[in-house]
Design a protein around this ligand. Structure first.
Ligand SMILES: Cc1ncc(COP(=O)(O)O)c(C=O)c1O
Length: 426
């Protein structure tokens, strides 16, 4: 395990987390390079016989240094904005390994992506398809596309990260897809490649993925009857991770045992129904590559007891990590040093932000902690820093990357001056 306790001290690879926190202050995100490489390897080996293109979803983590590592291992990028496309290219990701999704692509973003000659647009509506055609014709560049189809399959994850239901804004309804694909195939500058689906994120049950692949097989046959051949299936991302059992069991408070499918099981489930079709595959994993490779280190500022609650107030807030506030997401939290303590108590771990929703844990059974101690919030590599903000005038935290017994800061902490950077008049 790249992130683990050794003699009561939290280690990321060979580096004690206390060392990083005392040298660089808190809050700070700390990533393990070995952890990232291990997850990338798991994806590559699970699909070995099909050699798909893996496009890492930048929305999960867009740190330039991390993207460079991911790119070095042959992964491409799934982007959802011109900004993400810009960052992916800066990280050295080749444009023919970049796919571009999103329900609201602007004209200038489409032109930018056409000029970059990306691998494919994942088209989410008829009007978007028509706009791509008109821009591609004007600048006379081909526009490779997948149509994102919404299969109306329940991913059974949190409603805010469920994307494959007909009530969600994503993709086109299956009933409209055939007409849209026929239209795409007839347009002069559109190069129709295939179908894109993404049913949701943090999906911890394999059956919705299997159902999606069976549904895609039917779509393949149906389109064939209409004289249309699919050459690519882009199956999106969504594989969930275990946010609960992140350290050795003896340290776990309020432990929850949930069996999360691994990448190999996922690969068998999704490829199974499509095995005999002559198609290329694209996958867009985000969370499963990066979530469990990082911890967010915060310091305890104060503790306070009310009639009904005890609060542990820390120096990181929802501006640093919003998942608990946004999705009621669970993140394991333990002291960085000596997590095995006889004394435990039920607390809310909260930040300094002026919102009641600014919490990292509620009614959590934790070791008793004191002001000045460092706490580790686990599994924060995905949708952590990338969702951070300057809310309440708070500069963003730093990010550090550990490689063996070395570490380096891969994004410095913001300063007050950074809060003024966007004003011309100061
Ligand atoms: C289109 C698309 N692809 C890929 C992903 C990445 O999903 P995950 O991080 O769950 O693997 C998302 C996330 O919601 C997405 O919307």
């Amino acid at each position: 395990m790249a992130i683990r306790y050794e003699n009561g001290s939290l280690m990321v690879e060979q580096v004690p987390v206390e060392k990083i926190a005392s040298e660089h202050g808190t809050p700070i995100y700390v990533y393990s390079q070995a952890g990232i490489f291990e997850n990338l390897r798991a994806w590559s080996t699970a699909f070995e016989d099909r050699q798909p293109l893996f496009c890492f979803a930048l929305k999960a983590n867009d740190n330039l240094e991390i993207l460079k590592l991911i790119s070095q291992r042959g992964f491409g990028a799934d982007v959802v904005s011109g900004g993400e496309l810009f960052i992916a290219r800066k990280a050295g990701i080749p444009s023919d390994k970049i796919v571009f999704a999103g329900v609201g692509k602007r004209a200038e973003e489409i032109e930018h992506a056409l000029n970059e000659k990306i691998r494919a647009f994942n088209v989410e509506s008829r009007q978007e398809l028509e706009l791509i055609q008109s821009i591609a014709r004007r600048i006379d560049l081909p526009a490779p596309i997948h149509i994102r189809v919404n299969p109306d399959i329940d991913a059974r994850s949190h409603p805010y990260i469920s994307t494959g239901l007909s009530t969600n804004k994503f993709g086109v309804q299956a009933e409209q897809a055939i007409d849209l694909i026929k239209l795409a195939a007839s347009l002069s500058h559109i190069d129709f490649k295939g179908i894109h689906v993404h049913i949701g994120s943090q999906v911890t049950d394999i059956s919705p993925f299997e159902a999606t692949s069976r549904w895609l097989k039917e779509m393949y046959s149906l389109l064939k009857e209409h004289g249309i051949t699919i050459s690519t299936f882009d199956l999106g991302g969504g594989l969930g991770v275990d946010y609960h059992n992140v350290t050795e069991a003896s340290h776990d408070c309020d432990e929850k045992k949930e069996r999360i499918p691994n990448v190999r099981e996922y690969a068998e489930a999704v490829i199974g129904p499509l095995r005999h079709l002559p198609v290329d595959f694209v996958f867009e994993p985000g969370r499963s590559i990066i979530a469990n490779t990082a911890v967010l280190i915060v310091s305890v500022l104060y503790t306070k007891q009310n009639d009904s609650k005890k609060f542990v107030i820390v120096d990181g807030g929802m501006n640093d990590l919003i998942r608990p506030s946004l999705y009621q997401a669970y993140h394991h939290i333990l002291p960085v040093s000596s997590p095995d303590r006889d004394e435990k108590e039920r607390v809310d771990v909260v930040g300094p932000i002026c919102e009641t929703s600014d919490f990292f844990a509620r009614d959590r059974l934790m070791p008793v902690v004191m002001p000045g101690e460092h706490l580790a919030i686990f599994s924060v590599g995905a949708y952590g820093y990338s969702l951070s903000s300057n809310y309440n005038g708070r500069p963003r935290s730093a990010e550090a990357l550990v490689d063996g017994s070395n570490f380096r800061v891969i994004r410095r902490a913001e300063t007050y001056e950074d809060l003024l950077n966007l004003y011309d008049s100061v």
